[in-house]
Design a protein. Sequence first.
Length: 557
Amino acid sequence: MKALDFRPKLLSAIHNYNKQTFMADLMAGIIVGIVALPLAIAFAIASGVSPEKGIITAIVAGFAISAFGGSRVQIGGPTGAFIVIVAGIINEFGLQGLTIATLMAGVFLIGFGLLRLGTIIKYIPYPIIVGFTSGIAVTIFTTQVKDLLGLQMAEVPGDFIEKWIAYFHSFGTIDPWSAAIGLLSVAIIAAMPMVSKKVPGSLVAIIVMTVAALLLKQYAGITSIETIGDRFSISSQLPDAVMPELSWERIKELVPPAMTIAVLGAIESLLSATVADGVIGDHHNSNTELVGQGIANILSPIFGGIPATGAIARTMTNINNGGRTPVAGIIHVVVLLLIFLFLMPLAQYIPMACLAGVLVVVSYGMSGWRSFRALLRNPKSDITVLVLTFLLTIIFDLTVAIEVGLLCACLLFMRRMSETTDVRAVYDEIDLNEDADMERGNLEHLTIPKGVEVYEINGPYFFGAGNRFEDIMARYGNRPKVRIIRMRKVPFIDSTGLHNLENMCLMSQKEGITVVLSGVNEKVETVLRRNGFEQLLGQENICNHIDLALARARALV
């Protein structure tokens, strides 16, 4: 039995740790902590929970991901991808339901890691990832229109189409001051990289717009700008660990959203770790990373947090500022903890329009519109999966999008794999120059005796290949005395292939046709013997190469 694949990168990183590495991690951790602050608040509010829950998630889950994860530089916390899922779960099952679903997702993630599914999850088709990421980006942008423009709406519909209809009916109620703050926030964030790539634009926008809103209220009497304090009561107290009440009925109804959280968290964290590997020249441990993500999503809800995963933007910020070990991630958690304990009350003055501007920029970054456009030049099957996943994400929800997208991708994969196997009939003679499974001598061609049919299977013999084989045999012509099946290019055969081959052999025998197998490799031959083909055909009719198969056919004819 294989040992558990759980080796946190923190343990190997501290072996040769020194002062120089610590100073680099310290600077990176401080900067990432500052960058993470406005994002954690914005993601929490957009998800429908109070702002401190976002920071608690970044602290608790961020520590667990750095301490137990399989990447040297991964930074974890709440991300934009979960906004749609979290908001949907809260609307349907309440905060208690979200807590239980997140706990369950954590257990699923640990299970993925212990079952060594890390490498498999990375192979989820790219069109699905782009489709639902772009769909999430559009959905996030849609949820922020009200706050961005200060629309006066009593209630915002949950449905995507109904939401936009309601927005169009309410555009006459735009608050110009809120809209100015929202749009200026977007402009500041977009312009900051041209001024300084070290200073996060979202933090600058929040500071500038918060001061501007306070000055407008104090000296100009502008009171229409809604702030976090107008909508939420903010606490800077560390919450106690509380385990929710669990029941079997509750667990059963929360399996689909919990699995969605787990799958999306696994995909996003492993993508982030893979991108980071390419930059720092390292290799993360996928299975350990999943276990670390699982631990994070078990601890986060116990302390009142929301789902978390690896965050690509914060991870890249960590790398670009010199972070090279998980210590940088732990330092970023300490920075957030200090801000939470001593500066959290100031968050009540942040304008909601400014946070909406931050999320609009996040949604633009998530949209991946260039990748989306590039995929539209791909085969129709990829375009179908891409567009279907995208539309399902924005019109229905992410759970449906992932399920249907994966189903379509699996069906298309099966079709493509079945098409890789070619079955052809060989007429009159065999060209030896193309063959490697025979003894050539001085011959260039082998003549096929009269009354003998030769078929060649090129590729894996599994679903789809059997039907193609039968179609070709039906078109061949007269009934032969011997049917040679060349399998020199069959690397493996599955149960469907075995079933089809057995049926073909039995049907041939009923018609008085002898089947001879040629060029069967050792792996396939072992499978055939284990399934009784030696008794079905006879040992003499399973040949190593075509010379022996043709000699056997001549003897039978």
